[in-house]
Design a binder for this molecule. Structure first.
Ligand code: IPE
Length: 260
């Protein structure tokens, strides 16, 4: 039987200092991992690139569009992500969280999930292991590569594993109706998913991509939470099924037949 898991994306702007190249946010990272010590549910982590992968992908002008990017850029972006992943994993080891680093190369091929390998990740959580994968530059086909975001990985993993909770930890309180007034959308009901997807909100850049992936996941029948990664107590509340500040996009019920 498929092991029930919780899927958490640690946004790049939570785990790194976005304005400072190749600098992780040690305080934020340690705070999250420390607070997870009390959590009993099996977790799989995905993390973003922040001032590691994004910094170099911008320098080399690499995008999500498959292209023949320069080999030195591919090497540098990948190394920067491994370096960030290593730092996260080391912090988790200090807190005895038993991380297991997983390159996206081993669980996807040409941006399609390798189902068997992803199910193996869920099985590993039975042994108190926490798999940690990440956005990266990935091989597509015929000399072409593309940036695979951690957000897209969240969708692929959700389709295969149908996690009990899907959580995006971001650097703001959730999705704002209006970022200027910081008017928070607390719930997007199932009935308004389509209206919501027709951009009934004002988000830009990185957040837009997260919302797009979150909508795909909710249309497949799973609730998706956005929570402030700098407030781990809120993350714990979501894991505990308690109400907290943030945004939840409700999963489409007709697709919930297979959901838990
Ligand atoms: C980025 O992953 C991966 C690379 C740029 C190599 P994400 O796009 O998920 O990163 P964040 O969370 O937005 O920083």
């Amino acid at each position: 039987m498929l092991q029930e898991v919780v899927l958490i994306k640690l946004g790049g702007s939570v785990v790194t200092h976005k304005q400072r190249p190749m600098t992780m946010n040690k305080i934020a990272i340690d705070q999250i991992f420390k607070s997870l010590l009390s959590v009993k549910v099996p977790i799989i982590f995905v993390h973003g690139g922040g001032s590691f992968g994004h910094y170099w992908s911008v320098k080399y002008n690499m995008h999500s569009k498959p292209d023949s990017y320069p080999s030195d850029g591919i090497a540098v972006v990948h190394e920067s992500m491994i370096s960030l992943n290593h730092k996260l994993v080391k912090s988790m080891i200090r807190f005895k969280l038993n991380p297991y680093s997983v390159s996206p190369f081993s669980i996807i091929s040409n941006n399609k999930p390798l189902v068997k390998k992803i199910i193996e990740l869920a099985s590993m959580t039975r042994d108190k292991i926490i798999p940690v994968t990440f956005g990266d530059i990935v091989y597509r086909t015929h000399h072409k590569y593309s940036i695979l975001s951690g957000d897209e990985l969240m969708t692929m993993l959700s389709y295969v594993l149908r996690p009990k909770r899907v959580i995006f930890a971001v650097n703001v309180d959730g999705i704002y109706q209006n970022p200027r007034t910081k008017e928070l959308i607390s719930t997007v009901e199932e009935g308004s998913l389509i209206k919501f997807s027709n951009v009934n909100f004002d988000v830009t850049g990185g957040m837009k991509r997260k919302v797009r992936e979150a909508l795909k996941i909710s249309l497949a029948g799973m609730d998706v939470h956005f929570v402030n990664g700098f407030k781990p107590d809120r993350l714990l509340k979501i894991l505990d099924n308690k109400k907290t500040k943030g945004t939840v996009i409700k999963g489409k019920r007709s697709s919930k037949r297979n959901a838990r």
